[in-house]
Design a protein around this ligand. Structure first.
Ligand code: ADP
Ligand code: ZN
Length: 186
């Protein structure tokens, strides 16, 4: 078996989960043995599934530590899917490399940049070691051009660079934006 790493990256709403689900469903059609993981921190729609903004879903196992993957796969596992890879610990890169070395197809989707436009968690390292990288775009919610960044808004206003938490009662939201329309208040 030839293992390799496929990375699907881009901003929020770019269709990363959709593309991950599409590839995994096709692997299922090919009767491949698949296991899908997501970090426990992301519970936006469902605790157990990877769900895209357009409503597609696939069953997944929420884990809080990348090394848990070893406990949850077996000799029959041929494809491992990982969503929201940016939220995993740095070890996720070693795990992905190790699985690929063992002949497993690893498909990982996640944000390449945070709301500041800076490289996000383990994603940059994963890109460096991946065989295949697809960087996909959303639609800029301001101008309609291809969006490469995630705009963080607090009560509808661009968030500050240093805001890690927000005031109780404030409403946090995100939208996809292009470089020109993306705002980070310093
Ligand atoms: P991601 O995993 O990258 O956040 P999803 O796969 O969950 O993205 O969702 C992609 C879907 O989101 C698109 O197919 C579309 O239906 C919807 N969508 C909502 N807002 C936008 C936007 N600004 N640009 C592109 N797609 C959007
Ligand atoms: Zn724009």
């Amino acid at each position: 078996n030839h293992g390799y790493i496929e990375a699907i990256i881009g901003p929020m709403y770019s269709g990363k989960s959709e593309e991950l689900i599409r590839r995994l469903k096709r692997a299922k059609i090919a009767k491949q043995n698949i296991v899908v993981f997501k970090p426990t921190v992301d519970n936006r729609y469902s605790k157990e599934d990877v769900v895209s903004h357009s409503g597609d879903s696939i069953e997944a196992i929420p884990i809080n530590k990348s090394s848990r993957i070893y406990d949850l796969i077996d000799e029959k596992t041929q494809v491992v899917g990982i969503d929201e890879v940016q939220f995993f610990d740095e070890k996720i890169v070693d795990v992905a490399v190790d699985l690929a070395d063992k002949g497993i197809r690893v498909i990982a989707a996640g944000l390449d940049m945070d709301f500041r436009g800076e490289p996000f968690g383990p994603t940059p390292k994963l890109l460096a070691v991946a065989e295949f990288v697809d960087k996909i775009q959303a639609i800029c919610s301001v101008c309609g051009h291809p969006a490469t960044r995630s705009q963080r808004l607090v009560d509808g206003e661009p968030a500050n660079y240093n805001d890690s938490t927000i005031k109780v009662g404030a409403v946090e939201s995100y939208e996809a934006r292009c470089r020109k329309c993306h705002v980070v208040k310093k």
